[in-house]
Design a protein around this ligand. Sequence first.
Ligand SMILES: [Zn+2]
Length: 509
Amino acid sequence: MPTLYRQYRPQLFGDLFGQEHITKTLERALETGRVAHAYLFHGPRGTGKTTTARILAKRLNCLKPKGGEPCNKCKLCLAAQNNQNMDIIEIDAASNRGIDDIRALKDGIGTRPSMGKYKVYVIDEVHMLTNEAFTALLKTLEEPVRHAVFILATTEFHKVPETILSRCQVFRFRRATDKELSARLGFLLKQEKREVDGEALEFIIRRSDGCYRDAESLLGQMLTLQDGLVAVGDLTDFLGLPPREMIDQFLTALVRGESAPALAAADDAFARGLDPEQFLQESIVMARDGALDLIKKEKNDAAFVREAAALVRLPLIIRTLIQATQDLAYVPQPMIALHLAIVVLTNDSVNTARTVNTVNTAQPLPDASPFLQNNRKTQSVNNAQPAHKATGIEGSGINLERVKSIWPQLINKVKETNPVASTFLRAMEPSAINGKALQVQAFYALHRNFFEKDQNKQPIEVILRELLGDKVVMRCFMAETGPATSVTVQDKQKKQEQDLMMAVKEAFG
Ligand SMILES: [Zn+2]
């Protein structure tokens, strides 16, 4: 079965949804015979760039155009619709980066079009071209050939060289609004003589994020599910998404600050084989929608929205879940990130659900969990050492300034092989050089302990030697007080998150 997107791909400018600012301009120009040598279409994916390029290409060669529109009946229009028009050449820069294609294009551009008036080159994802291919393309743009028209399309406008841009007529495609998506879906349903329930339609629109192609493809999937009215539950099952009730249960627990039901929902999702990333993303979207509906005083059926603390708690919940999504890249098992988020959000010391009045919503992240704080306190008492203030190695040329100057390089280099160590180093400070010993101040026991282990410390020393040209031994010690000025509140929160991360790793991992 052909996809809806293909089956109902607009064949006229007038059929295109939501890009009237572009199609009207194009139509008017074509009507009066003004054809640019090169066009550049840019904008988010799935907003109609390629479709518009194809209609334009077809119109340029149409034998009996109707104003700005193609006739869709002449042999050249039909050939174009069946991808058989030899004069319309589509190049996907994303798949082969284009140099051979661009060379072939350069060679072939001189020959006359074989069927119609113009040779039209459509280059999709043009930003993917290699520099070499761009240079070749620029040459052809600089020496326009009367019978050749270029239509370049890209989702990443900023990656297209200025030299290319300056030769093109530029059109910016915009993301579809909910209303436009809804109109388009309504149109498709009418064509298919089908119905879906309102909630399901809303679900599609929300998930599509302004992208026509996504919306149409989701609707298409939905329609293949069953013959009758399609409901939102059918679709979540089909797409392997966590059921709405499950996310609702999860969010309700988080709003209340209750760890057990939150963990149960997460573990249930995992046991069903759902992907933690998907679970997190669905939770973020649902929490965001809930928060927005609360602010706008709009109807929302979810249970968590009805909790008294919802509006106060949701910003922190959303932020923490977003952080968890980012953490997924750094944890050995994805569930750790999810568990960490739950610990952060249901920790008694920060559980604001019962004390809504006193909550400071500007505080983005709660303090570390109690067991970790205790741990930190003990360690820092036992291991605190005075900071040595000696400033350099006699005659070795390495002094503290030097170490400080290469510290950012060190962090970057370490990041390549050990992102965790790199994040820790970022939160630490070189404080003195004593003989061959580099004293590094840690503000958290976790960081100090980490670099006490030889397998963590040695790779750093190797890189230090490379950067400094001399061997140094790294000694980490606890700072008794917080860093003077260089650590911002954000850094501190970041450190607390990292601490928690490690604690959760120990607890769950
Ligand atoms: Zn025609």
